[in-house]
Design a protein around this ligand. Sequence first.
Ligand SMILES: NC(=O)c1ccc[n+]([C@@H]2O[C@H](COP(=O)([O-])OP(=O)(O)OC[C@H]3O[C@@H](n4cnc5c(N)ncnc54)[C@H](OP(=O)(O)O)[C@@H]3O)[C@@H](O)[C@H]2O)c1
Length: 328
Amino acid sequence: MAKVLVTGGKGFLGSHLAAKLAKTEDQVRIFSRQKGTNSSILRDSNYEFSWGDIRDSRAVENAVEGVDYIIHTVSNFRKGGSDKDDAYSTNVEGTENILRAAEKHNVQHIIHCSTIGVHGTVLEIPANEDTPFNPTDLYQETKLIAEKKVWEFYQKTKLPITVIRPISLFGAGDMRMLKLFRLIKQGKFIIVGDGEVLFHPAYIDDVVQGFLLCLGNERAFGEAFIIGGEGYLTLNELCGLIAEELKVRPPKLYVPMVPVLALATLCEKICVPLGIEPPLHRRRVSFFQNNRAFSIDKAKQILGYQPQFSLEEGIQKTIQWYQAQGWL
Ligand SMILES: NC(=O)c1ccc[n+]([C@@H]2O[C@H](COP(=O)([O-])OP(=O)(O)OC[C@H]3O[C@@H](n4cnc5c(N)ncnc54)[C@H](OP(=O)(O)O)[C@@H]3O)[C@@H](O)[C@H]2O)c1
């Protein structure tokens, strides 16, 4: 039985990873800033908790001591991307703290959760692990710096390490896509642009499978993997599928891209110097703008990864979960 540290284990991805690991009889330690949890994902198993901030090297060392494996998912993902210091210290310095502690405590394998966003705006479709990096916002830039630190560390220490770049996640516990589901249900979802942008969804249980296939797997050491769903579709098609499952009409409201982008830029220019989170920012608009279409072939070939859920099933399960929480 291995002991696995999941950093960010109370977050969306981290809680699903922790819950699945606990069910496979691994001992799971969750590193989190907040004491207590009412997460329904974590409800049915027992966990050890280690409290602290990823930027606090001592807290990180305490969390790492005595574990065999680390899955590092902490990031400032949910923040819009206006606070440079927070993005850098959390995504980059936090990752460096994990790496140093892992080396000191002879951890057997680290899985670093990066993001598909390090590839940024994708020109080549489908993009794969070798597609050039092209981050387009602060979050993606700092995630890329963190990933580069991971590779430098790997070159220097040869400590077993794997990088996973998940594609856009959805599923039970996610609040980000909830807005999309809600607005479609209410008939209020407005598509910026023509909706023909490509979107590549990744159902949470499939992504968890990808992480677990890597854990302790020598074939994954020193490798980066894109993990996500089987395929991609246009935003119009995605909205159509969600609407179908919700038994409502698909969105019909469209606004042109250029003025919305200008407004987002203006919001950032006004809010960021004042330290206010912009109500609209370019990263949100990029959802309607940047093609996201990726190949998961490397994970299939090396890990035997195979998504288990069709997009329709994933959407149905997500809707059921939102409804069970009374959120939809
Ligand atoms: N969701 C996606 O679509 C997606 C796609 C690609 C990659 N990813 C990557 O997947 C990982 C997990 O994302 P997620 O969607 O699960 O995000 P999430 O729900 O926001 O989880 C992130 C976790 O990080 C923790 N955290 C943030 N700052 C921290 C700090 N200073 N010290 C300690 N903990 C801190 C948060 O803890 P609190 O609860 O205390 O705030 C939260 O539990 C991230 O690395 C993200 O970059 C996500």
